[in-house]
Design a protein around this ligand. Sequence first.
Ligand SMILES: Cc1ncc(COP(=O)(O)O)c(C=O)c1O
Length: 477
Amino acid sequence: MEIHVTLHGRDDLSGQIYRQLRSGIVEGRLVAGERLPSTRDLATQLGVSRKTTLDVFERLISEGYLRSRPGDGTFVAEGLIRVPTHPADSMKHQARMQAIWSSMPVQLSMPRHDVPYPFDFLGGVTDKRLFPFDTWRRCINHAVRLQARGRGQYRDPAGEQELRLAVSRYLAFSRAVASNWQDVIVTHGAQQAIDLIARVVLRPGDVVAVEEPGYPPARAAFAAAGAKIIGVSVDDQGLIVEQLPRKARLVYVTPSHQFPLGMPMSLERRVALLEWAQRQGAVIIEDDYDGEFRFEGRPVEPLKSLDRAGLVAYVGTFSKTIFPELRVGYVVPPASLNEAIQKAKQISDWHSCSLTQAALAKFMLDGDFAKHLRRMHKHYEDRRRTLVSSLQNELAEWFEPRIPAAGIHMTARLKGSLKEKHLTGGALDPSIGLYGISGFYMNRPTHEGLIFGYGGIESDDIGIAMKKIRMRLLKMA
Ligand SMILES: Cc1ncc(COP(=O)(O)O)c(C=O)c1O
């Protein structure tokens, strides 16, 4: 009998033959008692060496799929348990996901452009060329030396004590958030912190209030928890507290630098939000994602430090200060949620990589993080100045910038009949990456505009790009 085996190329011939014979037996195409061709005939049929087919048969015999009867031949073994196979269209019970996953956007915040634009204003990126990788390498080496000792074992889900301590000191000093190291839980970025809070606070159907416009990945985490999400408008003072839905169980805000518009939430609004949450028994997520780079004005007290009732979960990240690939963030939850969030973290991924945590702790405790922040502050300030000046002067006819006090992006409203589609996706100039703000709205955007990230583009390039934009816009008119 000729047996059907297809070989692709000449690599791993015995593996290819083995896998096909084995699946033929397991799936029932080769039935019990069926005689196989001799190893010599099979080798000739397939154009392989006899040794190859001998190896395959020996392996299948040793695993019990084939039985050899000396002098008679080799047969498919009797009594094997078969894997049931059904044609796809007769399947009644397919693996089914919850409906929410079919409407979840595929790429929440991935750049849509594989090859970066030469002049790219993508938000959410930092300049890795300016990161002190030599110092970082020393921190990693230090972490490796620490970790190379003893046995390999699971660690504390809340994170490495040294890093929790470093974060807690940093928060006290730079963000006016008082905490003990035990209050800090290390996560994979702010995103995981938001997801863990959602898991422990929300039941399906609960209402979550978010800023409109706001941060889509946070909305996605709440949607994944089965929540009903309601967008609440923001104005120059941030979230309009009177518009909060009465039954919200959770409110997600970005008070130090509203995402994406950039204004800080006023102290009055912060107090009003805390009072509202206290009346409702609602939890607040304060996402302080990029307040580190402050260029003007005094920082307003974080909600966390104004919170007397224990309702604020303060979330931070190293994605803007170091780079997003590091995937390190943290949450300082209200005491009442601390244990549950640690459990959720453990259930999700046990703990974040202890090597990265140890390296980051050293980077912070040695003062290198603070040095890096000071250096980046200067660069980003320079970029911001160039951008603001261009938008306010040579591009003032088309853009109305909203100048934020902090952060590494800003937005600008489009004037006249200019639309996002005329500018984004390389439409205005194929060398310039421009991005619209409409995607940050849950409902119909109130206006069109652009978000200019300046984390990944140098000052000189901003100047060149702005001139190019002006030329193109003049031609368009
Ligand atoms: C509002 C907001 N929160 C958080 C983050 C950072 O998230 P992660 O720490 O998961 O990278 C970003 C990044 O762009 C953001 O815009």
